[in-house]
Design a protein around this ligand. Sequence first.
Ligand code: C2G
Length: 447
Amino acid sequence: MVKVITYGTYDLLHHGHIRLLERAKALGDYLIVGVTADDFDISRGKINVQQPLIERIEAVRQTGLADEIIVEEYEGQKIDDIRRYEVDIFTVGSDWTGKFDYLREYCQVIYLPRTEGISSSGIRHDRRETSMGLVGSSAYLNKVARESAYVNGIRLSGLCTDDVSQLAEEVRSLPLVTDDYQRLLDVSDAVFIYSQPQLHFAQIQAALTRGKHVFCESPLALSERECRQLYALAQEKGCILAESLRTAYSMAYHRLQLLVKSGRIGDVVSVDATCTSLLDASKLTEKQRANLWNTISEWGPTAMLPVFQILGTQYADIQIVSHIVRERPLYDTFTKISFLYPHAVASIKVGSGVKSEGELVVSGTRGYIYVPAPWWKMDYFEVRYENPAENKRCFYQLDGEGIRYALANFLKMIQTGKPSLYISQDVSAAICGVMEAYGRGEHLVRI
Ligand code: C2G
């Protein structure tokens, strides 16, 4: 019996895939098809896959061409599989010609002519592109513009800003650059908002009112009530409203949460997150200084994310200690917030005028998780125990600081109509609640 093996993502199965499988089957008597796992695709840069693994496996099974289906999960697995299943022939489409010659050591390698004129990325792209407008003046929008190129199905429609001085040429040369927000909405299906926090509520409300989807940097609003009002409006309008906090969409951060929730470090007693980045405001123009976010807005939501997602949003008490250098608008250079829970405590430290170690530590009754700085762009963390021999190191792919994964998830939410599971409305509202308390000077001690 001649055994043949082939591998693929098989996203949005099309006739190009099926023709490949038919010809692969014809090469022998028994065809094994390796379907790539979601993580494996992300690790090799395929972040736009629409269907989860289970759906892609089922689509291949439905063709009736595979005698056996396995999952491809790691780099180099092909060698293991060829030896384990005693494969005679490895085959794959000619777009991979030369890439798998190393397998000739284990079996025959045949590249089959690729079917021209069809591809999963083409189907994704044709699935009604989403035009997305950028809102704000921060240099962060330059990264968003660059990262959006990795997400097929998103097209940048334009920019609404009152100051282009920090924006790169590729942003300034978008089809529409205006300070008229309604004009940007005219040409957009969705907006990415990274403007001043105090503008978020009105900008989100205006976009949703016009049936536009919104991806906005946290905080969505400066009060819990307004935040929930926005989510209610999004639901009423059938639009997506999601937080664009890139950390929430990174594989490493998502897996960290799953490990914690699975009890691997026992009961969590403390979560400590620090985010600092020194800012030299003296180099900024007057306009840039006026558009600066205060530190609690810039870093607070990111630092609060693991606190609220691991310990929940129902803290019993909160204490805020802040170094405030300006009242109107409020500007802090360093803020520490402590949250008291019935059986746990959490603290965040954020600073733009103070430098500290940007680490995240989740402390439990059996062990703890340590994420080195800059934890908010994590691609690695350690699970540590009393006996170091039990320690576990976890590595994950993180390209482009994670912004492309956030954008890919935003697009998926728009296409499926299902809001994000990455940041719940309660977490989003809790963040806004802290911003509200801070703004009112509640629970606040000045240093
Ligand atoms: N294919 C084809 N014609 C197309 C599209 C795809 O012959 N128009 C072939 C590919 O060459 C591949 C298989 O169909 O052999 C599955 O393609 P994809 O799902 O795009 O996955 P890909 O990552 O290209 O698969 O490690 C090997 C790779 O996983 C190969």
